[in-house]
Write a protein that binds this ligand. Sequence first.
Ligand code: ZN
Length: 68
Amino acid sequence: MPLFSYHCTGCDTDFEALVLNSEPPACPKCGGTALEQLLSRVAAEARTPGVVKAARAQAAKEGHFSNY
Ligand SMILES: [Zn+2]
């Protein structure tokens, strides 16, 4: 079954959902559809435990400095 992991950029929630017909699901917490699809949360975290955190920190940093 096509079980995908998603990260909601609206409320910063990670969740998994069955996806049929390639239609992206809505966030179960806030109902938002601004989602990032994660290939495999387990494998991704096992391979690169610090990368996602670093990437988010970097993104936050860049978002901050983009105010210049
Ligand atoms: Zn959400």
